[in-house]
Design a protein around this ligand. Structure first.
Ligand code: HEM
Length: 464
């Protein structure tokens, strides 16, 4: 029996991938419900799977080909229209969406904002959010709480504090509600585009530019103008840094509209993804109480009762491994999509100009050719990061379009997870398992419901 087929008593939740040949594509309804259900099971056993609906498409799960698509031949594989159609009405021609020269200058202008030093400076905001989350969880002790909702609240506090700190003119809950509503509506419809649904299928939601979205943009513009007038804060936030940001080559700086689109991009791209990382990490720790005890022992040993800070992150390697493993099993950006500009060959297969090339990280991260026991939760895989093939593990993408907020997200997730796990014990609630559903991001349908209890000293901390 191959090593990866030794029976495991129980595995964390997954969506059973389809095993019958492409009959499933009969039903585009499936795609609207859960894009994961369209990934065939063979995608976890082969380097490439190709097919044809209205368009020709390929799913690639091969490290070498990933490197080629995302890095070496990046100019031949621009982002597909799907992502752009979904996000453009909300975030314009921002960093996430732009291509070519317009992307390049924005990336150069924004890069210093995410430097190691600036991210460390934002640590206190993340610690404060961890502290507030911990206070809210105190009131949930003894009962079950939806930790996904709780993590969305915590990460939204961070992202709104680091984008528009002070925020006099900024109604956070209104912005939060507008973004959530927008993503929920547009994503469902636009998934049809990936598989080339015929053009006559109505996409009504994209056509309405919602009042909430207009109001959000107006508020953001107001906050930017107010900041231009008042000057930067003592500890600069992302808005101050972006206002200063200029393309080192052209010396160009951002207009109010460009600033707004990029700040809203950071909010959209940054808060739910990080909340998902935390919620799935907590689910996995509840799934495996032994790993949870180990994580708690590390956090308690380092923190000694206090809230985690940016300086603690390097001393919390096991907490980081848990996060890495959660990002493997439940990558928030579970699939990215590109279009082949010119004809090419991938994994020995013919790719024609115009073909859709999907990189389903969910299937890559669970591919039997690349991982031992791919569906099992085992943070020890990441004990030596050098042992991981870089292009077999892509929660943040790679190449020039790699996530600009990756270090920001990891620092925030370690600070919040270490603080919470040092103080609370989380256990599963029978009958309330989350179901992974991919609609733009990989969400736990039904939430992550866990029983919350106060934690006593664990292992190493007890002995200390
Ligand atoms: C765990 C949390 C996060 C995950 C899993 C994640 C994942 C990703 C992935 C996979 C991409 C590449 C998309 C592609 O190639 O098509 C990306 C791009 C991006 N992310 Fe993140 N992200 C996270 C957090 C953040 C944060 C916190 C921010 C900002 C504050 C951010 C801002 C961006 C931006 C601006 C891009 C586009 C970069 C470019 O095209 O130059 N992300 N992210």
């Amino acid at each position: 029996m191959p090593r990866d087929e030794v029976p495991t008593p129980e595995l964390p939740v997954q969506v059973p991938l389809v095993t019958e040949p492409w009959g499933i594509l009969k039903s585009l309804e499936v795609a609207r419900r859960n894009l994961l259900e369209l990934i065939p099971e063979v995608a976890t056993r082969q380097p490439i799977v190709s097919g044809r609906t209205a368009v020709r498409w390929h799913m690639v799960m091969d490290p070498e080909a990933n490197r080629y698509i995302l890095k070496d031949a990046v100019d031949n594989y621009p982002k597909s229209d799907v992502t752009k159609l979904i996000l453009k009405p909300a975030i314009g021609e921002s960093l996430f969406i732009a291509e070519g020269a317009h992307w390049r200058w924005q990336r150069r202008a924004a890069a210093p904002v995410f430097s190691h030093r600036n991210i460390s400076n934002l640590g206190p905001i993340m610690s404060l959010a961890a502290e507030r989350s911990s206070e809210r969880l105190e009131s949930a002790v003894g009962r079950a709480a939806n930790l996904f909702d709780e993590m969305v609240t915590a990460t939204f506090e961070v992202i709104s504090d680091v984008t528009f700190s002070g925020g006099e003119k900024f109604d956070r809950s209104a912005v939060h509600a507008a973004i959530d509503k927008y993503i929920a509506q547009t994503a469902k419809v636009s998934i049809l585009d990936i598989f080339g649904a015929p053009g006559w299928i109505p996409r009504p939601l994209r056509m309405i530019s919602s009042g909430a979205m207009r109001e959000m943009k107006r508020m953001a513009d107001g906050a930017i103008e107010a900041r231009r007038a008042s000057g930067p804060h003592n500890v600069p936030d992302l808005l101050d840094l972006l206002l200063e940001g200029e393309d080192p080559k052209t010396k160009r700086t951002m207009s109010t509209e460009e600033l707004r689109d990029n700040l809203l991009t950071f909010i959209v791209a940054g808060h739910e993804t990080t909340a998902l990382t935390l919620a799935w990490s907590l689910y996995l720790l509840a799934f495996d109480p032994t790993v949870q005890a180990r994580a708690r022992a590390e956090a308690q040993g380092v923190l000694q009762g206090r809230t985690a800070t940016a300086d603690d992150v390097e001393n919390l390697p096991f907490i980081r491994q848990v996060i890495d493993e959660a990002l493997r099993l439940y990558p928030p950006a579970a699939m990215v999509s590109r279009i082949a500009r010119e004809a090419d060959t991938l994994c020995g297969r013919e790719v024609r100009a115009g073909d859709t090339v999907m990189l389903p990280f969910y299937a890559l991260h669970r591919n039997h050719l690349l991982w031992d026991h791919p569906h099992a939760f085992n943070p020890d895989r990441f004990s030596d990061p050098k042992a991981i093939d870089r292009y077999a593990y892509l929660p943040f993408g790679d190449g020039p379009r790699i996530c600009i907020g990756a270090s920001f997200a990891i620092q925030e997730a370690v600070i919040i997870l270490a603080t919470l796990i040092s103080r609370f014990r989380f256990s599963r609630v029978p009958g309330k398992e989350p179901k992974p559903v991919l609609i733009l991001t990989l969400r736990p349908e039904g939430g992550v419901w866990l029983k919350v209890e106060r934690a006593g000293p664990e292992g190493a901390a007890k002995a200390a």
